[in-house]
Design a protein around this ligand. Sequence first.
Ligand SMILES: Cc1cc2nc3c(=O)[nH]c(=O)nc-3n(C[C@H](O)[C@H](O)[C@H](O)COP(=O)(O)O)c2cc1C
Ligand code: SF4
Ligand code: SF4
Length: 256
Amino acid sequence: MILYFTGTGNSRYLASVLKDQLNDEVVSINDLIKNQVNKTFFSQKPYIFITPIYFGRIPKIVADFILCYTFEGSNKVYFISSYYSGPYDTQKYNKELSQKKNFEYMGTYTIQMPQGHIVLTNCSNEGEAKSIIASSTEKVLKEIEKIKTLSPFLEEKTKGKIVSNLVNPLFYTFIAKSKDFKANDKCIACAKCVSLCPLNNISIVNSLPLWGNNCTHCMACINSCPKEAINYGNKTVKRIRYYNDSTYNHAQEESM
Ligand SMILES: Cc1cc2nc3c(=O)[nH]c(=O)nc-3n(C[C@H](O)[C@H](O)[C@H](O)COP(=O)(O)O)c2cc1C
Ligand code: SF4
Ligand code: SF4
């Protein structure tokens, strides 16, 4: 079973690559969290979690999701964790999480995908995004062979443990807040931001979105707005936005 969580669409895209190759069921963790669905999962095939990396670990809401839910059938777990500049010590935390759940840890494959963290920096532009996605899709297609044969991913050498160990907790305590999100008069009240927020943190009030206090900085709202009407204070005004709403289809790719 392939389970993904996404902010800016990269993990959903990667899930579509795996679905195409493994012909396995795909589950959106976003939908389950958003709709507060509690269930027991059953899969005879290994569990595969596909997520972004936030400051050197998979997002806390995904780790909490894995800890809370029950997974029956296969006890093997793979992680595919995407990053833009560096995965840091993500694999250590994935391994610990697997141990807590009595999963057989089959490894973490970290893969570069386009940058979507607009609050921190410029996102990837169209050209860069296309080239990263093309090269990373090829790499993932090769790595999927390990899942097909139930072989482990190779352990990667870790760089930058300080980000995973020290910066990550500081991010959740001090930075992952939504008080600086605001929509301007380009907003057409289409409610796309409302429907994409996995934490139901946005509501439309007097034809404008209003942010509550429950935010994990996934960047779905700000990057997906069709009118680029959302900003985070002033720092995002001139920054490029990135949102991936594509899916992979092997047959289509071949015919192009
Ligand atoms: C809050 C936040 C923190 C991030 N931290 C990292 C990081 O530590 N290292 C990195 O290389 N990329 C980091 N990124 C970039 C994302 O991991 C990358 O763009 C990922 O592919 C996004 O996946 P998604 O589109 O499925 O949300 C971060 C992005 C966000 C929004
Ligand atoms: S997605 Fe953009 S245009 Fe639509 S409601 Fe949100 S801010 Fe307004
Ligand atoms: S408010 Fe925006 S950034 Fe925060 S969790 Fe919701 S969609 Fe993500």
